[in-house]
Structure formats: C-alpha cells, structure tokens
Design a protein around this ligand. Structure first.
Ligand SMILES: [Fe+2]
Ligand SMILES: [Fe+2]
Length: 287
C-alpha cells in the first residue's frame, strides 16, 4: 500500500481539502537528495542505488532502453550511471520510482495508465530532444531535466483518478467538445485541475522549482507567472505526442503544420526531426 500525504487546498469542500497525493519511495527521495549535493560522485550514487535492488534493476532497464544507439547494453549499475551522468540518473530514478505509488490503480474504460505513462515518457523524450536542438538552457535547466518535466506533466490526471475515480472519468468524458480537460476539471473540482495538482505533487516530491512551474503552466505557457522559454518546450512536446498518438502514420511535415506551440529558437527543421523521432519512439516505449 502506498503511504499518503494529505495536501490542503486554500478553499473547497472536504473532498478537495483532503486530496491525497502519494509520497515517493524512500530510496528514490534519498538518491535524489544525494544527487543535489555538489560533491557527489557516480560511485556514491551507484552504491546508494545498489542498496535497493528492485530500483537498481528498473534503472538498468530504463537506462538501456533510453540510450538509443548505445554500443552495448549496460549490465552494471556503475556502468549505467556513468553513461547517464548525474542529471540523467536523477531523471531515470524518478521514472523508476514514480510508477510504484500508483501500481494499485486499475485501468478503466477509456483510461489506460499504461497509455498515460507511455505518453508522459514520450513527452519527456521529445522535450529533451527539442531542448538539446534549440540549446535551451532557460532557468538553468539541462536537457535531461526537460525529460523530468515531460515525465510528470500529466501526473495530476493519475492523482485525480486515484482520488475521484469514476467521477473524474465522467468529468473528462462528458464535457462539451469546446471545453478543455483543464476547464472541465477546474469546474468540477473547485479550481483544481491536473496541472495544479501535478505542481502540488512535484512540490511535495521536492522536484526543482522550474519543473514545478512547467507542470503548473503546461496548458497555458504564455500566462503571467510562466516562463515561456522553458514551458513552451514541454507544451510543444505534449502537442507532438498527442499528434503522433492520433496520427501514427502521419507525415512529419503535415503533423508539424498542426502544432500550435513553437518554442523560441526552434526551427521548422528541428520540429520535423522531433516529430520524426516521436513517430519512431512511440511504439518502442515500455513502461
Ligand atoms: Fe496536461
Ligand atoms: Fe500530456
């Protein structure tokens, strides 16, 4: 059973004031805290990881799956962490630990947790790709941290589903066509939507401030308080993921023409490459 941490909201009836957000596994929090230290080395991180064998195995599996074109699979935690680098390890540990608190949830008609994780991983991979291509260093974020943003951007949907079950599904299924998920959620859950709730979770999990802000603003990257140069990278990656999910046989150039959000410094050619990559990656993602 996951452990739960109640999060208070400023207004709303009991059910929203008692919103439950799960904590992450201790080992994940400890390793992420370790990675915050400026003097930490790969060896120390590898030892910490090795103390949680199931987590270490997940990290190895993910490390080997995300390193496209790597010469040979890594079989030791030390080799995998060396290959990923410290910031890469932080993202991969988070991915490995993020799913555990939600493993008790079952799919429902029209709501597949596996699909949502695949979507989140794809958004992370594409956001990292765009950040590298555009050389985005906004907010002092490295490209690997854009991956983290993608990974958690829709986590609020899973938290809403966990808290409200069928009621949440009803809200997003039955909303009028011209109402967005975010608007429908806000109306039903007293101003709380999956972006706001995801940001609360990111804060609880001690993710970096820029990641919290990206989650909060990913559906309104140009709003006051947002940092558009960072958030638009993730919003664009989110749109790309939605497009390749809707049009798996689409032509990259045609899909790029449908994009609404283009990050500053991102050229048409970069977008075509990002969409092409998304089309290739999508069927290969494993949760
Ligand atoms: Fe979203
Ligand atoms: Fe999304």
């Amino acid at each position: 059973m996951p452990s739960w941490s109640p999060v208070s909201t400023q207004s709303g009836p009991d059910r929203t004031t008692n919103l439950r957000i799960p904590t992450l596994p201790d080992s994940v929090m400890k390793i992420r805290a370790l990675l915050q230290r400026e003097d930490v080395g790969i060896g120390e991180v590898s030892i910490a990881l090795s103390k949680d064998p199931p987590l270490a195995i997940k990290v190895l599996r993910i490390a080997n799956s995300v390193q496209i074109g790597a010469s040979e699979p890594k079989t030791s935690v030390q080799a995998a962490t060396s290959m990923l680098g410290l910031r890469g390890v932080a993202s991969v540990v988070l991915r490995a630990g993020l799913i555990a608190p939600f493993e008790h949830l079952k799919d429902a008609d029209g709501f597949s947790l596996k699909d949502l994780w695949c979507h989140s991983i794809l958004v992370g991979q594409i956001a990292e790709n765009i950040a590298r291509a555009c050389r985005h260093r906004g907010y002092d974020m490295m490209p690997q941290e854009y991956y983290t943003c993608g990974l958690v951007h829709d986590i609020g949907k899973i938290i809403l589903y966990d808290n409200f079950g069928d009621e949440f599904l009803h809200v997003v299924r039955e909303k009028p066509a011209d109402v967005s998920d975010i608007q429908a959620e806000s109306a039903a859950f007293l101003g709380l939507n999956h972006a706001e709730i995801g940001a609360m979770a990111a804060e609880l999990w001690l993710l970096p401030r820029p990641v919290i802000d990206v989650v909060k603003f990913h559906h309104r990257p140009l709003d006051p308080g947002s940092t558009p140069e960072v958030v638009t990278v993730v919003t664009c990656a989110d749109e790309i993921a939605d497009l390749v999910e809707a049009y798996p046989d689409g032509k990259p150039r045609d899909l790029v023409a449908k994009l609404r959000t283009v990050p500053p410094g991102c050229t048409q050619e970069m977008l075509i490459k990002a969409v092409s990559l998304a089309l290739v990656l999508r069927p290969t993602i494993e949760v």
